[in-house]
Design a protein around this ligand. Structure first.
Ligand code: SAH
Ligand code: SF4
Ligand code: F3S
Length: 452
C-alpha cells in the first residue's frame, strides 16, 4: 500500500477532481494519508482565480520540497504532483523552476495521472500534461467512485466561453463542455448505491449545460434535473455555479416544481453598476438580474440567495460601488462571497488603470459588513422553524452530528450521531455565527420545510 495526500484549493470543481484523482490512483495501490508527512505521493490541486490563491501553492511547494528532502534522507521517495488551474496556467514554468515537482497536470488532463506516475517511477523524468481534453477526461474516469458521505459533487459541465474581463477560468479550464446525460445518470446512480442522498451538479457555468440526451437532443440543466429527480433514494439536488445570462425560465420553473431541488441559488452578479458590468463583459444588466431574482422568488418564495461580488474593478467609482450596495439591500442575501479585484495575467482588465488598495479594502469592508448583517438576519429568521436536515458527519461534542439544512446552512444537533447519512426533521433553536443549532423533532412530520 502506498499513501496519497491531496490538498485541494479553489472551487467545488477542484473538490470533485481531487476525489476522482484518488479514484484514478486507487488501482495503483494508493490509499488516503492523513497528512503530507506520511505520504508517498502528494497532489496539490490548485486554484489560479486570485493572486493570493496562486501564491499559496508556491509557499506550500517550499514546505513540500523540504519534506521530500527529509524523506529522501531516510530512503523514502515522495512524488509531488501539481494539478488544477495553476498547473494549467503556469505549468511549464513551474516544471522548469521547481525541481521538486515530478508531475504537472492540468484540470482537463487529470485522467492521465496514472500513466504519468508510471512514467516518473520508471525514472523517465518529469511529466507534464496540459491538453484540453474534457471528453477524453470524462470518458476515461473510472466507474468506481468512493463516496465520502451522504452528500456528493458531480461535475456535469466544464469550462467557460464567457470571458469576463477579470477571469482566468476560460484559459485554465478551456471551452464549455457538457457531459452526456447517460454518463451523468450512471454516475449519480452509483453514488446513490453508495449511500449518497444529495448530489450537487457542478459546472463553471452549470446552467449553460447542453448535454447530449438519449434522444440525441441537447438537454438543458432544467431537463437534466427533472430526469435525475426520478432516481429513487436520491433525495436532494443542488447545482452551482450559475450565470445570470443562462438562467432560463425552465430552470426557474424547476425550482417551483421539483421538491427534491433544494431552495438555494448561487447566482453571482459581481457588481450592481451597469457601467462596471459592461466593462466586466458580464453580458447582463442590473435590471436583468433583479428581474431574474423576482421570477425565482415568485417560483420558490423561500429560496435562499447567494452571490459573488468583486469590488475595486478598474474604473469602479464611489457611485458604482454604491449601486452594488443598493443592489445588495434590494435583494437581501442569505449568504455571499466578496473579493477585492485581483489583476490576473493575460486577462483584459489586468492592464487597465488599477484602483488603489486602500479604496478596494474600504469598499470590501463596507460590503462585507452589510452582507454579514443579512446573513445573520436570515439565520435568525430560521429560529423556531422546523427543517429537514441531511446529517453528514459527527460534530465536536459526543453524539452530536452536523448536517445541512435545505438552505445549505450547517446545523448542529445533539444526540443525532446515529442519523448520519439520513434526513430528519430538526427544530432550529439558535442561530450561531456560521451555523444553526437545533434538536431532533420526535413528533411525526407535521410540517414541511418552514417558509421564510
Ligand atoms: N463561473 C462563476 C465564477 C467562477 S470564479 C461565475 O461566472 O460567476 C468565482 C468567483 O471568483 C467569481 O464569481 C468572482 O466573484 C471571483 N473572481 C474571479 N476572478 C476574480 C479576480 N480576478 N479578482 C477577484 N475576484 C475574482
Ligand atoms: Fe469566469 Fe465569467 Fe466564466 Fe464565470 S462566467 S467562469 S466569472 S469568465
Ligand atoms: Fe480556481 Fe480553477 Fe476553480 S481557477 S476557482 S480552481 S476553476
Amino acid at each position: 500500500m502506498k499513501k496519497l495526500f491531496i490538498k485541494t484549493y479553489g472551487c467545488q470543481m477542484n473538490v470533485y477532481d481531487s476525489a476522482r484523482i484518488a479514484d484514478l490512483l486507487a488501482p495503483l495501490g494508493y490509499v488516503t494519508a492523513d497528512g503530507p508527512e506520511e505520504a508517498d505521493m502528494v497532489v496539490l490541486n490548485t486554484c489560479h482565480i486570485r493572486e493570493k490563491a496562486a501564491e499559496k501553492v508556491y509557499s506550500e511547494l517550499g514546505r513540500l520540497r523540504r519534506l521530500k528532502e527529509r524523506r529522501a534522507e531516510c530512503g523514502a521517495p515522495m512524488l509531488i504532483a501539481v494539478a488544477g488551474c495553476v498547473a494549467q496556467a503556469e505549468g511549464e514554468e513551474m516544471a522548469r523552476r521547481q525541481s521538486a515537482v515530478d508531475i504537472v497536470v492540468g484540470p482537463q488532463s487529470l485522467h492521465r495521472i496514472p500513466e504519468m506516475v508510471a512514467r516518473v517511477e520508471r525514472r523517465q523524468g518529469r511529466a507534464l500534461e496540459t491538453d484540453f481534453a474534457p471528453e477524453e477526461k470524462f470518458d476515461s474516469l473510472p466507474d468506481e467512485r468512493r463516496a465520502d458521505g451522504p452528500a456528493a459533487f458531480l461535475t456535469v459541465q466544464e469550462g467557460c466561453d464567457k470571458f469576463c474581463t477579470f477571469c482566468v477560468v476560460p484559459y485554465t479550464r478551456g471551452a464549455e463542455y457538457s457531459r452526456p446525460v447517460a454518463q451523468i445518470e450512471a454516475e449519480a446512480r452509483r453514488l446513490v448505491e453508495r449511500g449518497v442522498r444529495e448530489i450537487t451538479l457542478l459546472g463553471q457555468n452549470v446552467n449553460a449545460y447542453r448535454g447530449e440526451g438519449a434522444d440525441d437532443e441537447a438537454w438543458s440543466l432544467a431537463r437534466l434535473l427533472r430526469h435525475l429527480a426520478e432516481i429513487d433514494g436520491l433525495d436532494r439536488l443542488r447545482y452551482t455555479t450559475s450565470h445570470p445570462r443562462d438562467m432560463s425560465e425552465a430552470l426557474i420553473e424547476a425550482h417551483r416544481d421539483l421538491a427534491k431541488l433544494m431552495p438555494y441559488l448561487h447566482l453571482p452578479v459581481q457588481s450592481g453598476s451597469d457601467r462596471v458590468l459592461a466593462a466586466m463583459n458580464r453580458q447582463h444588466t442590473r435590471a436583468h438580474y433583479l428581474r431574474l431574482i423576482e421570477h425565482v422568488r415568485a417560483a420558490r418564495p423561500d429560496i435562499a440567495l447567494s452571490s459573488d461580488f468583486i469590488v475595486g474593478f478598474p474604473g469602479e467609482t464611489d457611485d458604482d460601488f454604491e449601486q452594488t450596495m443598493e443592489l445588495v439591500r434590494a435583494v437581501g442575501y442569505a449568504q455571499a462571497f466578496s473579493f477585492q479585484y485581483s489583476p490576473r495575467p493575460g486577462t483584459p482588465a489586468a492592464i487597465r488603470k488599477q484602483i488603489p488598495d486602500e479604496v478596494k479594502s474600504a469598499r470590501l469592508q463596507a460590503l462585507q459588513s452589510l452582507l454579514a448583517l443579512q446573513q445573520r438576519a436570515f439565520a435568525q429568521s430560521c429560529e423556531g422553524s422546523v427543517m429537514s436536515v441531511l446529517f453528514e458527519k459527527p460534530g465536536r461534542k459526543p453524539e452530536q452530528a452536523v448536517g445541512r439544512s435545505p438552505y445549505l446552512q450547517p446545523v448542529h444537533v445533539d444526540g443525532a450521531e446515529h442519523l448520519i447519512g439520513a434526513i430528519a426533521d430538526v427544530r432550529i433553536e439558535r442561530a450561531l455565527p456560521n451555523s444553526l443549532s437545533g434538536s431532533l423533532l420526535r413528533a411525526p412530520r407535521a410540517q414541511r420545510v418552514a417558509a421564510h
